[in-house]
Design a protein around this ligand. Sequence first.
Ligand SMILES: Cc1cc2nc3c(=O)[nH]c(=O)nc-3n(C[C@H](O)[C@H](O)[C@H](O)COP(=O)(O)O)c2cc1C
Length: 399
Amino acid sequence: MTTTDDRPTETANVRLGLAPTDPRPANETGPLADRQKTNPLFNDQKMKLGLFGTNCSFGLIMSHAASSYEVTWEHTKAIAQRADQMGFEALIPVARWKGFGGSTNFNGNCFETYTWAAGLAEATEHIAIAATSHLPTMHPIVSAKQATTIDHISGGRFALNLVMGWVTPEMEMFGGSQREHDRRYAFGQEWIDYAFKLWSETGSFDVDGEFFYGRDVEAYPKPVQGPRPALVNAGNSASGIEFSARNVDVNFASLDTLENVKTYTSSLKEKAKSEYSRDIQTMTYGLIVCRDTEAEAKAAFQNVVDEGDWGAAGNVIKIAGSGASQSFDHVVKEYQERFIAGWGGYPIVGTPEQVTEELVKLNEAGMDGMIMGLIDYKEELEIFNDDILPLMKQAGIRH
Ligand SMILES: Cc1cc2nc3c(=O)[nH]c(=O)nc-3n(C[C@H](O)[C@H](O)[C@H](O)COP(=O)(O)O)c2cc1C
């Protein structure tokens, strides 16, 4: 790759029409705002909170358990606005192009995530909003500009969740054959190197890689968050960990036991520091079911399992078990019902005290955030607000 920057700033400004609205010259890459100030993913809350998959049908539960949840713009927006008011840090969507079949066609009714994020960026004030992007489906030039645009709409609150595309039937929809596991990360590395240049390089540059070729490439404006939007990667294999340590701000992980959480978070953070001189946060996800009594919470969780869509869960397990993803190996083997009740995440079930205790333990084990799913967001966000947030404050993991 080569870089050239031989155009006078003034000409570029006039040509790009930036001068009246953007105080920076067109070829200046510095941030308009400090992202620690604009993006709550970088705030000082010990245990950050977020919602996962509120753009997709059935969210995190493959189940017919009763819920007011529906994939309409009004509903997804109301959930986002409530989480925003409550001080949650992040909204992370699931990227999905096809459902998993079964009686729910799990996640098959699904909003596209960049446009979803753009709409919610305008509808919220504080919370970070992610798009989850299958890198093989997007050219970096298009994706980087969409990310930049949403970063401007949100005033520096955008995050890009980079996923490599493990669901083979979805990748086949795009006309290509699925790459072998580690090749997907090789592609991902070239993709993100390209996007980094688009977000930060001045002038224009050429790209001559294994996967991408481009002549006289340029991208303006630059993101509000400098030198790039917040980056997340959801991948837990050795190559996923390497990719995260090298490139992103948050690793988003599927983990089962506290012991594994401890080992995972400490080794990932150590790797990022020692090999790439970087800091990285780790966050996990799961279904949170909180009720006044433990018995009620357990019954509500069990109802999700009893009403489960075993057909969809079986299809997920078949795809994951075919070697497509290494993130979910432990879940496939040992915790099949975790797919039904929480998309293979870390379930937390109990009273407000018990839920808080679990969140404290996860935090002590090195988790910087819990990106949760709920059975019924409308009702249960209120439980979280009234009964759990005050206890988290008392426990010192939120302020
Ligand atoms: C927390 C989490 C969230 C994920 N979200 C998505 C998603 O929305 N869409 C998708 O296709 N894959 C998603 N994945 C799959 C990963 O991006 C990745 O492709 C898969 O886990 C295989 O990578 P690995 O073997 O390196 O872990 C997610 C994985 C995890 C752990």
